[in-house]
Write a protein that binds this ligand. Structure first.
Ligand code: PHE
Length: 463
């Protein structure tokens, strides 16, 4: 019953994994966190965490997948029966994320369509985004269209489909984002009061760390933000990279592939920040930078409007690009859900795909209603108030993922021992260069860090 599974080679794996990793996390979430958390300091913390904890978690996921040749649901149990439960908890994360990812995809689709239709100016009006998401009808429709695309892609082609799709999308995305970044960095603008601001100044703000007046509490908040961003952005600790790892052939150099995925993911995030932050600085000064999740949907349209003629061209290109990035990520989440159900029940893949499509059509519609009929303001342990979408995001990214990462570090670092992963990394005969740092982080740093994050986000401790 085993189908011919597997990526065609290392590049297929890298592009598919990068297709999953690069999504709204890089283009929407990273820039607003970087802007909110003081630019350079956030960047520095993010890079340090990426090269230590992010790398360790990604390596662990991919190597477990290839070693066990099974997706996340069964992978831990294949290593040790007692740890089967970890696969089950891990599966809960994509189940939850899938319920809201297409909602954000729908918003991006709406903006792309509007820009393509030349309706850009209305998108930059005050209150536009808020009034759009609080409508009952259209966010649901855009969400369902986005979801339908994801379902069709997963329906048509297992990992080969994802590979083919990502092979076209990923290089295109990188080229587009690079061109827009180069264009943006040349911008300058004189505002109504005669003050001239250049993108280079904004770029410095983004890049150069400024520790003036930084308190310990604030620094820890930046660390928490950066870590949750790494989980989300690298698609780790949710089983997706385990599933992808299980499709990788034994002769692929995993260490090299993982470094390439890290590079792709951070490259797109850093460049997105280098586009959005200087552009907002040039046209709106520093005050707009701390506006949070609305940064891309609220502030960016204003920037495009201020760019005049060039904005008319850049805006649709930008949003379509984000749309594709979101679609490849959504496909990877749905693929994991479908693959796990296939393994669990042995139903036909096509039937699972259609059933999942119907169930998520209902769930994501409910999430859309979270901004109108089902509006709530639920206080979260971190002090913010959540609507349904934020609640799902919080449960999966801030609560479950550190918990899963903690358990998986204890399991690999102290029970199975890191050599289990290191041997897998060296199976093709290559040398796993970062093995010392891997061993140290998975045994000592990651468990403590993940536990702290979990206790913080569940409100048990306050730092
Ligand atoms: N990593 C994706 C992003 O940055 C999001 C994602 C989350 C993808 C979970 C798969 C699973 O947008």
């Amino acid at each position: 019953m085993e189908k011919k599974k597997g990526f065609s080679g290392s590049i297929g794996f890298v592009l598919a994994a990068a297709g999953s990793a690069v999504g709204v996390g890089n283009i929407w979430r990273f820039p607003y966190l970087a802007a909110k958390d003081g630019g350079g300091v956030f960047l520095l913390v993010y890079m340090v965490l990426l090269l230590t904890l992010g790398f360790t978690l990604l390596t662990t996921d991919v190597a477990i997948g290839r070693k066990t040749k099974s997706n996340s649901l069964k992978a831990y149990g294949r290593i040790s029966k007692k740890w089967n439960f970890l696969g089950i908890i891990t599966f809960v994360v994509p189940l939850i994320i899938m319920s809201y990812y297409s909602v954000i995809g729908g918003w991006i689709l709406k903006y792309s369509v509007s820009y393509l239709n030349g309706m850009g100016p209305s998108l930059s009006e005050d209150g536009y985004f808020g009034s759009f998401i609080s409508k009952v009808g259209s966010p649901v429709i855009y969400n369902l269209i986005f979801l339908a695309f994801a379902v069709i892609i997963v329906f048509r082609g297992v990992e080969k489909g994802i590979e083919k799709f990502s092979k076209i999308i990923m290089p295109g995305l990188i080229m587009m984002i690079l061109c827009i970044a180069i264009y943006t960095l040349r911008l300058e603008h004189v505002d109504g009061e005669g003050v001239k601001r250049t993108a280079i100044e904004g770029f410095k703000l983004y890049l150069v760390p400024n520790f003036d007046g930084m308190s310990v509490g604030r620094f820890f908040q930046i660390v928490v933000d950066a870590m949750s961003q790494i989980f989300f952005s690298l698609s780790v600790s949710m089983g997706i990279m385990i599933t992808f790892g299980s499709y990788v052939k034994d002769d692929v150099n995993l260490g090299k592939s993982i470094a390439q995925i890290e590079f792709f993911d951070s490259f797109v995030a850093l460049l997105s920040g280098a586009i959005i932050i200087p552009a907002i600085y040039v046209f709106s000064g520093t005050s707009m930078l701390s506006c949070g999740p609305g940064l891309m949907f609220v502030s960016l349209p204003k920037v495009f409007a201020a760019m005049g003629y060039a904005g008319k061209f850049i805006a649709p290109v930008f949003f379509v690009m984000v749309l594709f990035a979101a679609l490849t990520s959504c496909v990877s989440i749905l693929e994991t859900v479908v693959a796990n159900f296939e393994e669990l029940f042995g139903f036909k893949r096509e039937n699972i795909c259609i059933s999942a499509g119907i169930i998520y059509a209902v769930l994501s519609t409910l999430i859309c209603f979270g901004y109108n009929i089902l509006y709530i303001e639920l206080p979260l342990p971190n002090g913010s108030y959540a609507q349904l979408l934020d609640l799902m995001d919080y449960i999966s990214n801030s609560f479950l993922m550190p918990f899963i990462a903690f358990l998986s570090c204890i399991f690999i670092g102290h029970i199975v021992k890191p050599d289990f992963i290191i041997n897998e990394m060296e199976r093709d005969g290559s040398v796993f260069r970062r093995k010392r740092i891997y061993r140290f982080v998975i045994r000592n740093v990651a468990p403590v860090f993940m536990l702290l994050l979990f206790l913080e986000s569940s409100g048990i401790i306050k730092l």
